[in-house]
Design a protein around this ligand. Sequence first.
Ligand SMILES: Nc1ncnc2c1ncn2[C@@H]1O[C@H](COP(=O)(O)OP(=O)(O)O)[C@@H](O)[C@H]1O
Ligand SMILES: [Mg+2]
Length: 352
Amino acid sequence: MIKKIAVLYGGRSGEHEVSVNSAQAVMEGLEQIEDYEVVPVFITKEGEWQLHGNRVALLPDPAIGGLYLLDGESGGNIVSIDVVFPVLHGTFGEDGTIQGLLELARIPYVGAGVAGSAVGMDKILMKAVLKSFGLPVGDYLWFTATKWKKDRTKLVEDIAAKLGFPCFVKPANLGSSVGISKVYKQFELEPAVEEALQYDHRIIVEKFLPGSEIECSVLGNDDPMASLPGQIVPCNDFYDYKAKYIDDRSALIIPAQLQPETVQQVQELAIKAFLMLDCAGLARVDFFVDEKARKIWINEINTLPGFTAISMYPKLWEASGIPFPELLRRLVELAEERAAKRAQLKTSFTPA
Ligand SMILES: Nc1ncnc2c1ncn2[C@@H]1O[C@H](COP(=O)(O)OP(=O)(O)O)[C@@H](O)[C@H]1O
Ligand SMILES: [Mg+2]
């Protein structure tokens, strides 16, 4: 039986280009797997879905079971799909929106569901959840645009008193370091907040966390496993957009050179974070680790991490004994397993 895997890529997100790169590697990897057929679905920056240049749509009706061709000679036909692999980063891909559509259409998909995706994407909600479960996150404050307009002076005072400098100002819902500033002096705070407010109306300000940037890949559903950790050595003052995608002097150290106890702690925390945030399939959990001070903080979780052949997520699995195509096969199977379990659940209740 041939399995049809729709790879969704591009998308209405600031990370459109990153997604195109990730998808190229994912599609090449999937092509190598016997019995898999790739259905490449490109989503334009405007949000139009295209299959080999023809417009397609995914409708919420679960009876359809695939993509609906909108135009051309085969307009009205259905391309059946077994599993969707959303290789989309950021807004409308990693935030629960596409996952909601796939739930309605009842098509198995790779990665976390609606809640896990949405909470994982929102830095304020993510930190609140991790903290409530007792996982180590750094100190932070958050506020809305409205609150900032009303109480700016008080907020600046609070930030200076509670977090100090340097601190990090971030829009709550974004990725790729877009809109993020490292603020060294109090007078830099206002422009940094104004910059972040261009991307979101909710802002998080975090205390500066020292230590190295350590990342750990997680794979699985209810009983996930963690890879060996890796380390990021940014070529800039911090791992900003330029250091991530433009300047190629940032280095990945795989595996990270850490004490065995630290490796174990990082892996345990990565798995806990994955489960507590209701993730599925895959996630990359990012940390700050200060081995001398024996401190580990969770920075964030990425439910659809970068997936080019040289990205941290697949590289860590490769170093942990799972080669790229095998990783893809497992992700597809995890998607099917999760969908099958959910299909067994009762969706209604008949009182006796
Ligand atoms: N609290 C912090 N302390 C020290 N460095 C930080 C902190 N928050 C972010 N950074 C730096 O900024 C980068 C981007 O921040 P992050 O929260 O990971 O945003 P994104 O979701 O865009 O990746 C991190 O990789 C790190 O280099
Ligand atoms: Mg990050």
